[in-house]
Write a protein that binds this ligand. Structure first.
Ligand code: HEM
Length: 124
């Protein structure tokens, strides 16, 4: 199931992005407890994204090791920037640079994921 199907991976990063947005809304509304709880659940989903992506990587990277390597690194950075944005928001620090990096890397990772051989192929 996890070897060639990308469904579990898409589900986990999809839920992670939704939880990220919920955490941002809760922070904007000043709901500190809700924000903290959402952040904790989101961290579990980071791990699930890494496990599902990692399994896809282990079983398929020999198809194109360089591109799969960039996809893995990009995916980890996207998760890292999400975590940095939320931590810095909760500490009242500036997040501008991390937002720019998050958006750039999210676009790269979405493009690479869809371009690589498994799953959906909207670009060709
Ligand atoms: C928020 C973070 C991430 C996003 C938005 C994301 C997005 C995607 C997308 C859109 C696909 C293509 C799915 C399809 O065509 O059916 C994909 C596939 C994949 N992802 Fe991720 N991913 C993320 C994190 C990760 C991480 C952390 C890893 C590795 C640990 C990873 C490894 C992979 C691999 C190996 C594939 C299969 C590529 C293929 O052959 O199509 N991803 N991802």
């Amino acid at each position: 199931m996890f070897v060639t199907s990308t469904h579990a991976h898409i589900t986990t990063w999809g839920i992670a992005l939704i939880l990220f947005i919920i955490a941002l809304i809760l922070h904007a509304k000043g709901n500190k407890v809700g924000f903290k709880v959402t952040q904790m659940i989101l961290r579990v989903f980071y791990i699930l994204v890494i496990i599902t992506g990692g399994l896809l990587f282990i079983h398929n990277q020999s198809i194109n090791p360089a591109m799969y390597g960039v996809k893995l690194l990009g995916g980890l950075l996207v998760l890292g920037f999400m975590e940095m944005i939320l931590i810095r928001l909760s500490k009242g620090k500036r997040t501008g640079m991390f937002w720019i990096l998050f958006i750039i890397f999210l676009l790269i990772v979405l493009y690479l994921g869809l371009k690589l051989p498994l799953g959906f192929h909207p670009f060709y």
